[in-house]
Design a protein around this ligand. Structure first.
Ligand code: THG
Length: 292
């Protein structure tokens, strides 16, 4: 028998988003992130957060349901910067936020600046990390993205990833009282250009996590096409395949209509868009914009 399928509830001050296996795919906008963006990093280091406004607008217009906010800039006070950015993003949009940092103090500062039910990104299967991050998740009544890697490795086999997911579930539910619904697994999508078996491993991991645990899942969709030409086509193929395997959301660049439309088509084909209401509404919206 399969496990019951989880529904993860996220909220901003005024809006609720539910991630689930029988629902439309949840698009988490990735761009409010200075990684690899030298000018944005310099601005943030100088205390200029104005570029965030443009990124929020672009992700929202592209169809994001949730916004990932990452302020990982070397040589800054990341907790202070992340709290400021989260306060600012909440003023610009009513979408729920995914608080993205590897620094525990930054996650806490972000959570305390946030009004609603956040998605904490992320914790690993390492006991020391879970000990620091899971109490915060519980205290702030948040949900959490968990990655099945430990201090030694990012495992390349689905079997090992499943073992680590089991460990995360045991610790999060057993020791910290976190609900299954509030655990979102990142099954680890790696660059296809580095290893052409890696997407198959990710799909296998996804199917098994859905079957055994019924958990929601998300992943960094851009990772898959990293270093390859024609990235949007790869993203537009990867996500519908991953959705069939059980992926219920992705951290992705919603500025790409090619990728977003592929996800919307997959929602319809998987029976997650009743009567094709969203598909048709999106078409009408484009028609109206074109004739305006
Ligand atoms: N899993 C989880 N969280 C994540 C990731 C993941 N958060 C961060 C990241 N991966 C997803 N977010 C981004 C944000 C921006 C970019 C990529 C992923 C980006 N990349 C440029 C590119 O792809 O060309 C440049 C990056 C670089 O030069 O390093 O803009 O996997 N849970």
């Amino acid at each position: 028998m399969s496990a019951p399928l989880s529904e993860t509830v996220l909220r901003s001050a005024s809006k609720q988003v539910v991630i689930g296996h029988q629902r439309r795919f949840c698009l988490i906008g990735e761009r409010i992130n200075p990684t690899g963006r030298r000018i944005f990093q310099e601005q943030l280091r100088a205390g200029d957060l104005s570029a965030i406004e443009r990124d929020v607008k672009a992700q929202v217009e592209g169809g994001a349901d949730v916004l990932d906010v990452n302020m990982g800039v070397p040589l800054t006070d990341e907790p202070e910067l992340l709290a400021k950015a989260i306060t600012m993003v909440q003023e610009l949009t009513d979408l729920p936020i995914c608080i993205d940092s590897s620094v525990v103090e930054a996650l806490e500062a972000g959570l305390s600046a946030y009004q609603g039910r956040a998605l904490v990104n992320s914790v690993t299967a390492e006991d020391e990390r879970m000990e620091l991050i899971l109490p915060l998740v519980k205290r702030y009544d948040a949900a959490v993205i968990a990655l099945p890697n430990d201090s030694e490795e990012i495992p390349m086999e689905a079997d090992r990833r499943l073992e680590l997911v089991q460990h995360i579930v045991d610790v999060a539910t057993g020791e910290y009282g976190i609900a299954m619904a509030d655990i979102v697994i990142d099954p680890l999508a790696m660059p296809i250009g580095a290893d052409t078996a890696t997407a198959l491993t990710a799909f296998d991991t996804m199917r098994r996590i859905r079957e055994v645990h019924g958990l929601n899942m998300t992943c960094g969709a851009s990772n898959v096409s990293f270093g390859m030409p024609d990235r949007h086509t790869l993203g537009a193929a990867f996500l519908p395949m991953a959705m069939t395997a059980g992926l219920t959301s992705a951290i992705m660049d919603t500025r790409s209509p090619q990728i977003v439309d592929a996800v919307k088509a997959a929602d319809l084909l998987l029976g997650h868009d009743e009567w094709g209401g969203s598909w048709i509404a999106a078409h009408r919206k484009r028609q109206a914009a074109a004739s305006a």
